[in-house]
Design a protein around this ligand. Structure first.
Ligand SMILES: [Zn+2]
Length: 265
């Protein structure tokens, strides 16, 4: 029984690989199966309300993952509202993007850091899906982001993926997808593991190599498309830049970036 409840508390829509993405149909209504699952979920939440992944307080009926108070007070970055913003400026002179934005401002010791920690290290994948849904609803209202045609999450190293069991950015991607109505491709862009020769290089050289080791295994999936490249927290932007370079190497491809949060100091 306990495991059934735990399973129901995990968001059921996120799946790896390529998908059509939208959990809602074209009329914006949920399929019958989703409605039944939601009712069942509500029923269990009456008895097992769970806690807010940001502030740790008990969730009230109808609240999921993030409480109403945190939904109101967590620091939104609002960079999607202005093409000239702190996230897009990170990439100026480095790479040509259509637009770039992050949902939250991230500071050490903050509730946003706690959210990210729950997602990356505590197996709370529903945090990624929830932030994706919230940001996706906002991005769909903007001129630049609603032109995006395909979502690609920054891939993890195979070794890290095996250890963690999931890529946190996949769940963010599927949350965005459910609100923006565009698909997710988490297989065409891959992050290559460190090779035998690389292990003999110095630590700095190895770091440089790791940062740039991305490859498209199928460029027809992205050719001529406006790609929304997504990641968890943007700090220097080096990883996103390396991924975007690979995507932009394909004819006619455009890239925008959406992150769950951006580090602010
Ligand atoms: Zn809260």
């Amino acid at each position: 029984m306990f495991w059934v409840i735990c399973a129901l508390k995990q968001n059921p829509i996120a799946k790896p690989g390529i998908s059509a993405g939208a959990a809602e149909n074209k009329h914006g209504t949920e399929p019958k199966r989703m409605r039944s699952l939601n009712r069942l979920n509500d029923f269990f939440y009456l008895f097992f309300p769970g806690i807010c992944m940001a502030c740790n307080s008990p969730l009230q009926h109808g609240e999921q993952v993030i409480c109403t108070s945190c939904g109101y007070y967590l620091p939104l970055h609002n960079s999607h509202l202005n093409a000239d913003n702190a996230v897009s400026r990170l990439f100026w002179g480095r790479i040509d993007l259509v637009s770039a934005a992050a949902y939250y401002s991230f500071q050490k010791g903050s509730h946003v850091q706690r959210l990210m920690h729950q997602l990356k290290y505590k197996g709370r994948k529903e945090v990624g899906t929830e932030i994706g849904k919230r940001f996706g609803a906002e991005l769909k209202q903007t001129q630049l982001f609603r032109q995006a045609e395909l979502i690609i999450p920054v891939p993890l190293h195979a070794r890290k993926l095996k250890k963690r069991g999931y890529n946190q950015s996949d769940f963010f991607a599927h949350g965005l997808s459910s609100k923006m109505g565009i698909g997710v491709d988490s297989v065409s862009l891959v992050r290559e593991t460190i090779t035998e020769t690389q292990t003999r290089k110095s630590r700095f050289e190895r770091w440089k190599n790791v940062e740039s080791k991305f490859r498209l295994i199928d460029d027809t999936a992205v050719r001529g498309k406006h790609i929304l490249l997504v990641d968890d927290v943007v700090t220097t932007g080096a990883t996103l830049e390396a991924c975007a370079r690979v995507l932009l190497g394909t004819e006619g491809t455009k890239v925008s970036i959406a992150a769950m949060a951006v580090a602010v100091y």
